[in-house]
Design a protein around this ligand. Sequence first.
Ligand SMILES: [Zn+2]
Length: 95
Amino acid sequence: MFWLLNKIYQIFNPPQEVIDDKLKRKIEQQRAKNREEALNMVVETDPNYWDCECDENYIHKKSVTLFCSVCKMTEDECSDSRPNEIKLYYKGYKK
Ligand SMILES: [Zn+2]
């Protein structure tokens, strides 16, 4: 009986080598990203802009709007934007 349970266990929990390279690379990338974030604990932000929860167009200028009509988030619930991301949305943006 135990061998059967063991077999089932192996099917659902394949040994590390079975994980394909693509997944391995993805995990490695995520780890690298986490390490990078840990190193940059002090993230530079611009207090004039904020990020809402949207996947796109999530950077808002505080002097223009403090509320996102798409995800319904308000400025005080969110964090300030990062200058390198603001640059992508606002051409000519300078910190
Ligand atoms: Zn939003």
